[in-house]
Design a binder for this molecule. Structure first.
Ligand code: NDP
Length: 335
C-alpha cells in the first residue's frame, strides 16, 4: 500500500515533512478482517486535531502511524466471507491506497441507492453532525434566524437547508463571491462573505432581527461579528473552530472571558459543545431516513469537491483548513 504517515507533529500548517508518503506491505487479512482497495478518502477538519497530542476527545495518531480517515473501498479479500469480493463498503481505512480492516467496522453501500461518496458527506458523518447539532442543540423555531459559517461545506450547507425546512431564516457565511452566490442558489435567505471588508455591516444587514441560533463551525473573526448579535435565549451549538486549527498560540488582545460570560448571563444564552458521536446511536436511523427524504425531494442539495489522485491528498488537506475546498472534500484514489 502507499500511505501517508505522521512523521512528526506539525507546528502550524502541516508540511510534507510532517506528513510523509511511504510504501508499506500490509499483513494478510485474518478471519474477521478484510483486505480493501481504497476508492475514495474523506478529508475532514478533525484530522488536524489527530495530528496534535493536545488532550482531546480522541487519541492522536501516533508518530509513524497512518493518518486516519473514513473511506469508501472495494473488498478484495474477506477470508470469513462476511463480505464478497467486489462489495463496496464504508470503512475507516485512512490515508492509504489499500487497507486491512476489521469487518465489524465496515458497512456495505448500495451504489444504486445513492452515489457512494455521499456516505462520506451528506449521508455520512458531516450530515449527521449538522442534523444532530442543529436539531438537538440549536432547536430552530419557525421564523427564527439561524446563522452558520463554512456554509458551503458539508456540515454548514446541511445546517442551513435543514433550518429552512424547519421554517427558520437561514443566513450563510462563506469565503468569496463564488461561494456566496452558491449559498443563494441553495436557497439561503441571505449570504455574507466573511472575507469582504464590510463583513460586519453585511452581517448586520442580513440579520435585522438579531440571531437566535449560531451554529459555530469556525470561531475567530466570524464569531466576533456574530456573538454581539445574539438574541435573548439564543443557542450556540459549538461544532468546530476551524479558523484556529493551525494556530500555534492564542490570538493577541485583552482577555474577553469576563465580557463573554456576562453576555451569556444577560442574554440567557446556551453555549453547548458537542461531538456528533454522542448522538450517532440514538439518531442514526432518523437521520438516514430524514436526510434521504430531503435529498430525494430537493429540500437538501449537496456539493462534493472530488480531488483526483492519492498524490494530491496533502495539498487538498492543507486547502481544507483555509477554504480551498468548495463542497465536501473527497479524494478519489481508484476507479
Ligand atoms: P468544510 O468543508 O466546511 O471546510 C472547512 C471550511 O471552513 C473551509 O472550506 C472554509 O470555508 C472555512 N474556514 C476556514 N478557515 C476559516 C476562517 N478563518 N474563517 C471562516 N471560515 C473559515 O468542513 P466541514 O463541513 O467538514 O466541517 C465544518 C466544521 O464542523 C469544522 O469546524 C469541523 O471541525 C466541524 N465538525 C465537527 C464535528 C463534531 O462532531 N463536532 C464533526 C464534523 C465536523 P470558506 O471558504 O467558506 O471560509
Amino acid at each position: 500500500t502507499t500511505r501517508v504517515v505522521l512523521a512528526q507533529r506539525p507546528h502550524g500548517e502541516p508540511t510534507d515533512s510532517d506528513l510523509v508518503v511511504e510504501q508499506a506491505t500490509l499483513p494478510d487479512p485474518q478471519p474477521g478482517q478484510a483486505l480493501l482497495q481504497t476508492l475514495y478518502l474523506s478529508l475532514d477538519p478533525y484530522m488536524r486535531g489527530r495530528m496534535s497530542d493536545a488532550k482531546s476527545y480522541a487519541p492522536p495518531v501516533e508518530i509513524g502511524g497512518t493518518m486516519v480517515g473514513a473511506t469508501v473501498s472495494r473488498v478484495i479479500d474477506c477470508p470469513a466471507g462476511e463480505f464478497a469480493p467486489g462489495d463496496i463498503v464504508l470503512g475507516y481505512g485512512g490515508w492509504q491506497t489499500y487497507s486491512v480492516e476489521p469487518t465489524s467496522y465496515l458497512r456495505r453501500l448500495d451504489p444504486e441507492q445513492a452515489p457512494v461518496t455521499t456516505a462520506l458527506g451528506v449521508l455520512g458523518m458531516p450530515g449527521m453532525t449538522a442534523y444532530a447539532g442543529l436539531l438537538e442543540i440549536g432547536r430552530p423555531q419557525a421564523g427564527e434566524t439561524v446563522v452558520v459559517a463554512a456554509a458551503t461545506g458539508p456540515v454548514g450547507s446541511a445546517v442551513g437547508q435543514i433550518a429552512r425546512a424547519k421554517g427558520a431564516r437561514a443566513v450563510g457565511i462563506a469565503g468569496g463571491p463564488e461561494k456566496v452566490a452558491y449559498l443563494r442558489e441553495l436557497g439561503f435567505d441571505a449570504a455574507v462573505d466573511h472575507r469582504a471588508p464590510d463583513f460586519v455591516e453585511q452581517l448586520a444587514a442580513a440579520t435585522p432581527d438579531g440571531i437566535d441560533v449560531y451554529f459555530e463551525n469556525v470561531g475567530g473573526a466570524v464569531f466576533d461579528a456574530v456573538f454581539p448579535r445574539m438574541n435573548t435565549f439564543g443557542r450556540i451549538p459549538v461544532c468546530g473552530l476551524v479558523s484556529g486549527y493551525n494556530a500555534t498560540e492564542l490570538p493577541d488582545g485583552p482577555d474577553r472571558v469576563g465580557w463573554l460570560m456576562s453576555q451569556v448571563l444577560r442574554k440567557s444564552l446556551t453555549v453547548r459543545g458537542f461531538i456528533q458521536s454522542e448522538f450517532a446511536d440514538r439518531l442514526a436511523d432518523d437521520f438516514q431516513q430524514d436526510m434521504s427524504g430531503w435529498i430525494a425531494d430537493g429540500t437538501v442539495k449537496y456539493r462534493e469537491d472530488i480531488v483526483d489522485g492519492f498524490d494530491n491528498v496533502r495539498d487538498a488537506f492543507r486547502g481544507l483548513l483555509k477554504g480551498g475546498n468548495f463542497g465536501k472534500l473527497v479524494v478519489k484514489i481508484a476507479d
